[in-house]
Design a protein around this ligand. Structure first.
Ligand SMILES: *Cc1c(COP(=O)(O)O)cnc(C)c1O
Length: 374
């Protein structure tokens, strides 16, 4: 977490501990902070404050958006379109809805990780009620053509949800130009606290009347009951302020570090494949596959570096990344893949150290396995 975020949160854990839903003075202080946070979060995605619902993270936001839309539109149709490289928090919602009679089309992606908007056009039927396509992918960092998708959905009168957990704070996200009706955000992906997120729910033209998935006191316009986590919610404010002020400079700096890492590895190691589009790419992502080595041994060798071969949310399953497999990467190569995430606090020295380590480990493993090449 950015120390500036923690500093902003601290008073709301101690002296300003009021319940934002209470009307006494302590409640009012907390409420003012929450409403200020709502305006900040809205501002960073070009929404109105009244369109922001605070949640416990992007997982909950995705559940609320997708299940809430499906429940609301059940009488209108039962078909949903998504992409097979979505985060599990989207894919598992779809599985749940399939068990309740919905039909889901999973669009494939190309070798670059991007969907073909024509495939979306072709998938739409009169029964289609919702399209859910992530803004940026968490494993390979590719940025989907969301504005084009938004325009297609708008034309057909279909609701469009986008999981923007990886995009907000990293690249410009504008719900108006994207024409998204629902958009998920996570605080801990922008140097805020874990367990806090938001869902953008468009209020007019059109009004997106999703149904709540949590019953209770009717907080957050009735869409998300439960006492608000005021301190946690104040976190994203500071995080959003910092992101808005520093994003262009930071994106450039982080992309330069990423390119430095990529060059340092690929210039010294043959048979190293970059996964995903480099045209539409998050600044801090680098996903590489190393031919001729065994994935398990690679990750053991790199245990000093905080990297993984798939997403944190699925990596305990010890299966090759389904995202890489969707790009057409073989099982063997998907196991021998590493996702590097470069962020605000990384230094050039760390990048060089990590590159040396990767080169050293891959060379040694290739020697052991007798693989050709350098
Ligand atoms: C991290 C992430 C999530 C889950 O967010 P939480 O706030 O951890 O629940 C969902 N989607 C994407 C794309 C993510 O990167």
């Amino acid at each position: 977490m950015d120390p500036r975020v923690l500093e902003a949160m601290m008073p709301y854990l101690t002296s300003h501990f009021g319940n934002p839903a209470s009307s006494h003075i302590f409640g009012l202080i907390a409420r003012e902070a929450v409403e200020n946070a709502r305006a900040q979060v809205a501002g960073i995605i070009n929404a109105d404050p009244g369109e922001i619902i605070f949640t416990s993270g992007a997982t909950e936001s995705n559940n609320l958006a997708i299940k809430g839309a499906a429940d609301a539109l059940r009488d209108k149709g039962n078909h949903i379109v998504t992409v097979n490289t979505e985060h599990k928090a989207v894919l598992d919602c779809m599985t749940r809805l399939e068990s309740q009679g919905f039909h889901v089309t999973y669009l494939p992606v190309g070798k670059d990780g991007l969907i073909d908007p024509d495939a979306l056009r072709a998938a739409i039927t009169p029964q289609t009620i919702l399209v859910s396509v992530m803004t940026a992918n968490n494993e390979i960092g590719v940025i989907q053509p969301v504005s084009e998708i938004g325009a297609i959905c708008r034309k057909h009168g279909i609701w469009f949800h986008s999981d923007a957990a990886q995009a907000v704070g990293k690249i410009p996200v504008d719900v108006v130009s994207m024409q998204t009706n629902l958009l998920s955000i996570s605080a801990h992906k922008i140097y805020g606290p874990k367990g806090v997120g938001a869902l953008y729910v468009q209020r007019r033209d059109p009004r997106i009347g999703i149904l709540p998935q949590m019953d209770g006191g009717g907080h957050e316009r009735g869409l998300r009951s439960g006492t608000l986590n005021a301190a946690g919610i104040v976190g994203p404010v500071a995080a959003c302020e910092i992101a808005a002020a520093e994003m262009p400079e930071e994106a450039q700096r982080i992309a330069a570090l990423r390119d430095r890492l990529r060059r340092a590895i690929q210039s010294r190691l043959d048979h190293t494949i970059l996964n995903g589009s480099t045209e539409r790419w998050l600044p801090g992502n680098l996903n590489l596959s190393f031919e001729g080595i065994e994935g398990e041994a690679l990750l053991v060798g790199l245990s000093d570096i905080a990297v993984s071969s798939s997403s944190a949310c699925t990596s305990s399953a010890r299966q090759p990344s389904y995202v890489l497999k969707a790009l057409g990467v073989s099982d063997e190569l998907a196991y021998a893949s590493v996702r590097f995430g470069i962020g605000r606090f990384n230094t050039p020295e760390e990048i060089d150290w990590a590159a040396d380590k990767v080169v050293d480990v891959v060379r040694r493993l290739r020697e052991l396995s007798g693989a050709a090449g350098k």
